[in-house]
Design a protein around this ligand. Structure first.
Ligand SMILES: [Zn+2]
Ligand SMILES: [Zn+2]
Length: 144
């Protein structure tokens, strides 16, 4: 889905989005280091890569935010992540945290069309298993 995005970069984008947009809580490189259990310089390294791709902006005092492009990518990533998570839990009976882990491994490499079809198959679920709202944008299925 996002050829230029590594798994770790996509995890950072999703985490920045849930914090800044969903929880309205600012986030710093230090917070991200703690969340991902790495040292701050490694978190900054990932953020630098995302900044080069113009997905994040670094602000004063170590705060990080998403650019419009980064926001769009995060919405799409979280859609894929949460739709797949719902499928794993509801249809395959997996536990929440196992489902979340499995979804994180593949959400950034999913084919858009596959996710769109899965989403429609699941009747466009409103919320994921962690009770977060799923935004449906462009997951209508193409007519052939
Ligand atoms: Zn998850
Ligand atoms: Zn959808």
């Amino acid at each position: 889905m996002f050829k230029n995005l590594s798994k770790i970069e996509s995890r950072y984008l999703k985490r920045i989005y849930t914090s800044v947009v969903e929880d309205r809580r600012q986030i710093t490189s230090g917070d991200l280091a703690k969340i991902f259990n790495v040292r701050t310089p490694s978190a900054i390294d990932v953020l630098n890569k995302l900044e080069k791709k113009r997905y994040v902006k670094k602000e004063k005092y170590g705060y990080v935010t998403l650019t419009q492009a980064g926001y769009n990518v995060a919405v799409e990533l979280l859609h894929a992540h949460r739709v797949f998570e719902v499928f794993l839990v509801k249809n395959l009976g997996m536990g929440f945290s196992d489902a979340c882990k499995a979804a994180s491994d593949v959400d950034h490499i999913f084919d858009k069309e596959v996710i769109a079809r899965l989403c429609v198959y699941l009747k466009k679920p409103e919320k994921c298993c962690h009770d977060r709202v799923i935004i449906h944008k462009g997951c209508g299925v193409k007519n052939r």
